[in-house]
Design a protein around this ligand. Structure first.
Ligand SMILES: NC(=O)c1ccc[n+]([C@@H]2O[C@H](COP(=O)([O-])OP(=O)(O)OC[C@H]3O[C@@H](n4cnc5c(N)ncnc54)[C@H](O)[C@@H]3O)[C@@H](O)[C@H]2O)c1
Length: 280
């Protein structure tokens, strides 16, 4: 599927040179199952606009799979294995990017995890792991990459939150929602502190997106017969009547990454089919 060029032609924008010569690092750039996650769609979309794409994932096979799609489009890139919460592994990964390309223009901090539960039922170990992967990882990556971008005199950081970081979506998902809120503020703070160094930091805020992870979660919660019904219910939650595609999030990321967003920093771009307006 990853190298199915016919499929990619139907979902990708026209090729462009908007990101030509740029080196991008996408964390969680693989997919947790067959099909297209947000990170994997971003890798391919950024490649479509001319970027060289360094795909980082805890699962090396998933990173290689995404890289395969990047290369099928004729773009360059490398696959890297690292847990975003592991500072030493991230340092090795960033060094590998620097050895390969000598620069990092764009960081898309996309890897994220969650677990359903409220304050009385989430295990402390799960809470801590979610904080580490979703928030501590931003500190780890920023400490490594901000000095590189500062030296370059430019850079674009895009973090990935969720509408769940802004609203209660009808079920307890406390650790995820709290970390997704922190991600927004993290990017805002970086944007303020590093604006003079030419570094922009923004957050993309996806709504309900149809990815392998979401399908797996829904499949686990419902029997095969009920799966389509559950998916349809999720579609109906959205004012536009459907979940978003990872490609729709990827297009927003590509915009924020590009020079077309040169005067945009410290803000959020919500990609949710109108969902957030429903929960005011
Ligand atoms: N799918 C949605 O509806 C939705 C909505 C809002 C926000 N998001 C956010 O978008 C991002 C991507 O979600 P998705 O559903 O597309 O992807 P996904 O769950 O399929 O994960 C993408 C990749 O992240 C990798 N990953 C997980 N933990 C990692 C770690 N510690 N270090 C490195 N890699 C790791 C996985 O191996 C996987 O290949 C997440 O941050 C998620 O919270 C998703």
């Amino acid at each position: 599927m990853s190298t199915d060029l016919d499929y990619l032609q139907t979902v990708l924008p026209a090729p462009s040179a908007r990101l030509a010569g740029k080196v991008v690092l996408v964390s969680g750039g693989g997919s947790s199952g067959p099909g297209w996650s947000i990170g994997k769609a971003c890798c391919v979309t950024l490649a479509r606009h001319g970027a060289s794409v360094c795909v980082l994932d805890a699962n090396l096979d998933a990173a290689r799979d995404a890289l395969c799609a990047v290369k099928a489009l004729g773009a360059q890139g490398i696959a890297l294995q690292a847990d975003v919460a592991d500072a030493a592994a991230m340092e090795r990964a960033v060094q590998a990017v620097m050895s390969a390309y000598g620069r990092i223009d764009i960081l898309q901090a996309n890897a994220g995890i969650g677990k359903v539960g409220g304050p009385e039922d989430i295990a402390l170990a799960d809470w801590e792991r979610i904080q580490k992967v979703n928030v501590d990882s931003l500190l780890i990556a920023s400490r490594l990459i901000l000095p590189i971008m500062s030296k370059q005199g430019h850079g674009s950081i895009i973090t990935v939150s969720s509408v769940a970081g802004m609203r209660y979506l009808g079920y307890p998902h406390l650790a995820y929602n709290v970390t997704k809120a922190a991600i927004i503020h993290f990017a805002r703070m970086i944007a303020q502190q590093y604006a003079e160094q030419g570094i922009r930091a923004n957050t993309v805020v996806p709504g309900l997106i149809d990815t392998p992870r979401v399908r797996n979660t829904v499949a686990k919660m419902f029997s095969a017969d009920d799966f389509e019904q559950a998916k349809a219910a999720r579609d109906r939650q959205v004012p536009m009547g459907r979940m978003g595609t990872p490609w729709e999030v990827a297009n927003a990321v590509a915009f924020l990454a590009s020079d077309e967003a040169a005067y945009i920093t410290g803000t959020e771009l919500v990609v949710d089919g109108g969902l957030i307006g429903k929960y005011v």
